[in-house]
Design a protein around this ligand. Structure first.
Ligand SMILES: Cc1cc2nc3c(=O)[nH]c(=O)nc-3n(C[C@H](O)[C@H](O)[C@H](O)COP(=O)(O)OP(=O)(O)OC[C@H]3O[C@@H](n4cnc5c(N)ncnc54)[C@H](O)[C@@H]3O)c2cc1C
Length: 560
């Protein structure tokens, strides 16, 4: 009897407990028909009620605590009553939402920026959360192969560029050289620190962190690469993206760099063909050209950064060409082949076939969501054009499965991935008061020099949506501080509602444009008008005071 009692209270499988309960009941009801001596004892009323009471208490106790992992319920309840209660509350919530018991309330697939934000938010909302990271390294794209390594290298290129052009300020810095191995080593050290920090955050204990790749076995069950299975009430899929396949099969035979490999080269190529004209292509083209690589850039559409307004992209194209990038726009790729030690790309340009050769090719034609192995279609999650379809609450077509970040294919911007992760986790915790994503302040920054930054509407997007606007610009070559800095490329532009004067968009192509745009983010966040921005004091001489010029011009034009 004693081991049975102990088992009832310490077993961590409610199924076993239920079986024992049923066994007791069965024995009790069968007892009158049994004749052997031991079972005649069972028939005695007091023993029956005693044993059934123990069974019932054991099952109830376990169902209450529902501690499905060691240490066993009784010990945990005795030693850590608060923890046991918290876990019980979390379990109770999972049970109440779905009417079933799951191992976790929320499962986050992917430990990058979006996934970590979702797990942190869910845990702070009291959800019993598990996050799964299946990559070779922990850190996610931004830290390991995205924002941080690229910006560390671009800043080194900026320092090199300034040092090499110091004569503008009357400074003679002769024979400026660099040690590429040191440049890369500094970047690697920074990345290691950032990745260590992310690992510590994931291992902080606020939620369960598992190193495994996950796929859906059914809408509430994950199958892990470790062989484990987890049942979960709700999910946030945040599996990020992978480099898009090359557009020419011949490129696969020839071989090429991607942004993943270009950021960890041990040696600079002498010459490079960059395919693409997006943010990554433009940033890396400038990085390589500033480090002395002969760069040819081939872009399909009429301008680089095709989503941006033409005045902004024209300014960047001017600078890239001035710095030595051989830029072709409006092209169509035809062929790729090896020629001796080099590689050749053939493309159509202005009706002619052009061939360019270089030591290496960098294919920077974008990324695609990393969702192929998740089994989403088999459970009914809608996928369109390769990305997970979500509503503005970040819910997929299965309402208990949310998605965030690059796998949703909406924007490849890290703070958006974070915001989406937070919104998804909040909504998983509060079905009664869901939050939508708000893209009114959508911001994008290209870290070339000049930096290109936009927030809110561009003229292109305003025209496309037939949104009335007024726009005014002001150039950096007419501003005191930028003249002091010899930073004369670029301009700022404001878009305002013609009637109210509310600022609805901003663009900065210029020195530290990624920083300067934050004044307009703040202004738009508070729905400021151009009149208010123009009246706001700005210190002199600063770069930031440039915003007052288009604000004043628009304030004169907008009715109020
Ligand atoms: C070169 C480059 C520069 C960039 N620069 C900037 C920049 O300056 N500013 C900016 O805002 N954005 C930048 N980005 C974009 C930014 O890095 C991404 O938008 C952001 O990191 C996406 O975060 P995420 O959480 O969606 O995905 P990720 O960070 O990629 O995280 C996804 C995680 O999921 C894991 N995973 C995948 N499948 C599974 C599975 N089945 N099971 C378990 N785990 C899985 C992966 O291993 C990965 O760690 C840049 C991107 C690149 C490529």
């Amino acid at each position: 009897m004693c081991p049975l009692v102990l088992l009832l209270f310490t077993s961590h499988s409610p199924l076993i407990l239920l079986l024992f309960s049923l066994l007791f009941t069965a024995v009790a009801s069968a007892a009158p028909r049994l004749s052997n001596r031991a079972l005649r004892q069972v028939r005695q009323y007091r023993f029956l009620s005693y044993s059934n009471a123990i069974a019932f208490a054991g099952v109830s106790f376990q169902l209450l605590l529902r501690v499905s992992y060691p240490p066993p319920g009784l010990v945990l309840a005795y030693l850590k009553p608060r923890l046991a209660t918290r876990r019980w509350l979390a379990d109770a919530r999972a049970m109440s939402v779905t009417g079933a018991i799951y191992d976790y309330d929320l499962g986050v697939i992917g430990g990058g920026s979006g996934g970590y934000a979702a797990a942190r938010t869910a845990a702070s909302e009291g959800l019993k959360t598990v996050i799964l990271e299946g990559g070779e390294e922990v850190g996610g794209l931004c830290i390991l192969r995205g924002c941080m390594p690229s910006k560390a290298l671009l800043y080194a290129a900026e320092v090199l560029h300034l040092a090499s052009h110091a004569e503008s300020w009357g400074i003679r810095a002769e024979d400026v050289r660099f040690n590429f191995a040191q440049v890369m080593a500094r970047k690697d050290a920074l990345i290691k620190d950032f990745a260590d920090c992310r690992r510590q955050q994931l291992e902080s204990g606020k939620f369960k962190f598992l190193r495994a790749r996950a796929r859906f076995a059914d809408p509430h069950t994950l199958e892990l690469s470790t062989g484990e299975r987890l049942t979960v009430a709700s999910f946030v899929v945040a599996t990020g993206s992978v480099v898009a396949p090359s557009p020419l099969p011949q490129l696969d035979e020839v071989g090429y760099l991607t942004s993943d490999t270009a950021l960890s080269l041990s040696r600079l190529p002498k010459s490079l063909i960059v395919l693409g004209g997006g943010a990554v292509a433009a940033e890396l083209a400038q990085f390589f050209v500033r480090f002395g690589v002969r760069v040819t850039m081939i872009q399909r559409s009429a301008h680089v950064l095709q989503k941006f307004d033409d005045d902004a992209t024209a300014e960047l194209e001017k600078v890239l060409r001035r710095e030595g990038v051989n830029l072709y726009t409006g092209t169509r790729l035809l062929d790729a082949r090896r020629v001796g030690d080099g590689k050749e790309i053939a493309f159509e340009h202005n009706g002619q076939t052009v061939r360019v050769r270089a030591e290496e090719i960098l294919c920077a034609l974008g990324r695609v969501p990393d969702i192929a192995s998740l089994g989403l279609e088999s459970i009914g999650v809608r996928v369109e054009a390769g990305h997970i379809v979500t509503n503005e609450q970040m819910q997929t077509s299965l309402p208990h499965i949310y998605a965030a970040g690059d796998c949703t294919g909406l924007h490849e911007i890290v703070h958006i991935a974070i915001q989406q992760g937070e919104v998804a986790a909040h909504n998983a915790a509060h079905a009664d008061r869901m939050k939508p994503m708000d893209y009114r302040l959508l911001t994008e920054v290209i870290f070339t020099e000049p930096q290109v930054a936009v927030v809110g509407l561009t003229e292109k997007s305003a025209r496309a949506t037939k949104r009335p606007y007024l726009a005014a610009s002001y150039p950096f070559n007419d501003l005191g501080k930028s003249l002091i800095m010899e930073a004369k490329d670029g301009f700022v532009k404001l878009l305002a509602d013609p009637v109210t004067g509310e600022i609805i968009g901003g663009c900065c192509v210029g020195p530290v444009g990624g920083e300067l745009i934050h004044e307009i983010i703040a202004a738009m966040h508070k729905r400021m008008t151009v009149h208010e921005l123009a009246a706001m004091p700005h210190y002199h001489p600063t770069l930031a005071e440039i915003w007052t010029y288009p604000a004043e011009e628009l304030a004169d034009k907008c009715g109020r």
